[in-house]
Design a protein around this ligand. Structure first.
Ligand code: ADP
Ligand code: MG
Length: 620
């Protein structure tokens, strides 16, 4: 509990004790009795009264402060001092509980996301100096010791260590890194000392990006939240006018019909309905549920950029996946090198690696890996990457092209057709065919299960789109069990395919696209819901996607879907439950079956139950 909450608790206790004492000790003088009860009333209610008055002054009359102020002042005017004080007491108790619950789930999330580094170590004259990570320029050498967080993204220059990435990815297995490996900020060094050369500024580093994303996630409101805000705006005034009507109309009708007016009874009923109708349970519990759902997801390495996306995920019926890097590892092994006459195999691989030297595509990384030697980037000029086809560049002054059949056809260069199945990388130099390299990728270990899980979670169709060759795509589709596969697509074709699916699906059904952000950013933003895989590294994907899966695990898609369903279920439970109890009490209150005591318990009780229910979302 923080200081503010403790202060409220003390006020509640003092007011409760005083009220009880004045209730037990009989005071004959009615004036003195009123004065005595006003003490606990003001102790517990002064801030509510102040807010209600300020609301009226600012023209925002109808809020829950106003409801409480009118109800309690009314009760006191009618001589029901106990009730007046008690309503304030329980209202404050409810508010306290709610602010405690919100604070607690906020703390939970920040604990889960405990990745913000406090400092970076610079080595100066053999001594370590701690500086603000914000002030470290790109390219600086920083030192990370065991137990410390990696503050900024970079490359290991010397040292080895195992890194705990669980706060980022939800993955409990440590990752071993050594010289030359890229490390991302937010991981915790568990063993050795690392010297890291930073490749990004702190503000651009993974850790800042992620924190920014989590902090902003509450801004993108879901439809349920917007519904509640709008609802409260109309609901409260309606209730107030209704209560006014209830206080005035029946007595006036009585008078007209020549019966006693019964003012006190009707005004009491009217005040009771005011207490009952306070909408706080709904207003607080719904954002709290989404907050919990987003927090629970981030603990599993699933970043949701806003509650609206959680809502859409629950309605997702079509999942479209990219192949390379999403369902497959994107780590290609060379299975065959076939050089044309007058070209050496070694030369072919070298050429390919050089042309690919600036590309981030999984194929390019694998070719560089296979070549295995340091690249002299000076030898490469005018690199031109053609999405979905390959790369062209000048190497040692010669125009070289590396890519698939589409690229060769585009350049009108005849090529050899390999016998074996695999992803083909054809190479040409100065318009003359030089041979091909056959590479093959393997599905991620969890990919087939991920597809099955999606089906089990109620997804109607899992579609795989890929720019890879037909035979490779079909083989992978068979192995993974996807429903539909479309191959040899350019990035623009992928958008067209997604648009076709979007047009065919029902209005309430959503379509999610899952990709790795390489060559598929346009589709990520075109789909109802863009999910980026293994985006720790690809900034484009973090920006374009609505949901980011921090490790490469495709099984997280179904997991995220289940979390979203659970969160929405909780939200709906709360809406239905709170409204049902409210309306029932309102009706009973209007006809006099519910007195103010019941009204208080109904209000606070519903709120506490709704908030408790909401906090379940965090543990999904
Ligand atoms: P996917 O849809 O499987 O993710 P991409 O759209 O990224 O694949 O690429 C489609 C195809 O284009 C690849 O299978 C490959 O044949 C070719 N290609 C794309 N980029 C490159 C590259 N940098 N080097 C060689 N081939 C490439
Ligand atoms: Mg791809």
């Amino acid at each position: 509990m923080n200081r503010k909450q403790k202060k409220v608790l003390i006020r509640i206790l003092i007011a409760a004790v005083l009220t009880l004492v004045f209730y037990i000790v009989p005071v004959e003088n009615s004036f003195l009795r009123l004065a005595l009860f006003l003490i606990p009333y003001l102790i517990i209610g002064y801030d509510i009264l102040k807010k209600a008055v300020l609301g009226i002054v600012h023209g925002e009359v109808f809020d829950e402060n106003f409801l409480m102020a009118v109800a309690t002042v009314g009760a006191i005017l009618l001589g029901e001092y106990m009730e007046g004080v008690a309503v304030m007491l329980f209202y404050q108790l409810g508010e306290l509980f709610q602010s405690y619950a919100v604070g607690k789930s906020r703390r939970n999330i920040s604990q889960l996301m405990d990745i913000r580094p406090d400092y970076a170590n610079l080595e100066k004259d053999g001594k370590l100096e701690q500086v603000d990570p914000d002030e470290v320029p790109v390219g600086t050498l920083i030192v990370v010791q065991p137990g410390e967080k990696v503050p900024i993204d970079g490359v290991v220059v010397s040292g080895t260590a195992s890194l705990n990435t669980s706060a980022l990815t939800g993955e409990s297995l440590p990752r071993e890194v050594g010289e030359g490996d890229e490390v991302i900020s937010g991981c915790v060094d568990m063993s050795g000392v690392l010297h890291i050369q930073t490749t990004k500024a702190f503000g651009e580093s993974t850790v800042s990006k992620i924190l920014e994303l989590v902090e902003n996630s509450s801004m993108k409101k879901s439809r349920s939240e917007n519904f509640i805000t709008r609802f409260a705006r109309y609901y409260t005034p309606v209730v107030c006018y209704g209560a006014l009507a209830l206080a005035v109309l029946p007595p006036v009708a009585n008078l007209l019909m020549g019966r006693p007016a019964d003012w006190v009874q009707w005004i009491t009923r009217s005040l009771t309905t005011l207490v009952i109708s306070c909408p706080c349970a709904l207003v607080i519990s719904i954002p709290l549920s989404f907050f919990g759902g987003i927090g629970g997801a981030s603990a599993k390495g699933i970043l949701v950029k806003g509650s609206v996306y959680l809502e859409e995920l629950a309605q997702t019926k079509y999942v479209v996946c990219d192949k390379t890097g999403t369902l497959t590892k994107g780590v290609f092994q060379v299975t065959q090198i076939q050089a044309a006459e007058a070209v050496a195999e070694e030369e072919l691989l070298e050429l390919a690696a050089y042309v690919e030297s600036y590309s981030n595509h999984p194929i390019s990384k694998s070719l560089k890996e296979a070549y295995g030697r340091e690249l002299d980037r000076e030898r490469v000029r005018e690199v031109e990457e053609i999405s979905g086809c390959g790369v062209q560049a000048y190497v040692d002054g010669k125009r070289a092209a590396v890519g698939n059949r589409k690229l060769m056809e585009r350049l009108e260069i005849p090529y050899m057709a390999p016998q074996k199945v695999g992803t083909e990388v054809h190479v040409a130099v100065d318009g003359v065919y030089a041979g091909y390299i056959l590479i093959s990728d393997v599905p991620k270990p969890d990919a087939a299960k991920a597809v099955a899980d999606l089906k089990a979670a109620g997804v109607k169709q899992v579609v795989m789109l890929t720019g890879d060759a037909r035979n490779v795509a079909d083989a992978a589709a068979e192995e993974l069990g996807v429903d539909v596969v479309k191959s040899e697509l350019l990035p623009a074709d992928k958008v067209l395919e997604v648009e076709k699916l979007l047009a065919a699906k029902g209005a309430k059904e959503k379509l999610a696209f899952v990709g790795d952000g390489i060559n598929d950013a346009p589709v990520l933003s075109r789909a109802d819901l863009g999910i980026a895989m293994g985006a720790l590294g690809s900034d484009a994907a973090i920006e374009a996607a609505d949901i980011v899966l921090m490790d490469d695990d495709p099984a997280k898609i179904a997991m995220a879907m289940n979390i979203s369903r659970r969160t929405l279920r909780i939200v709906h439970q709360n809406i239905v439950f709170a409204l049902a109890v409210k309306f029932a009490c309102l009706l009973l209150g209007a006809v006099g079956f519910v007195n103010m005591w019941w009204a208080i318990f109904a209000d606070v009780g519903v709120m506490i139950l709704a908030v408790l229910n909401a906090t379940r979302a965090l543990r999904s």
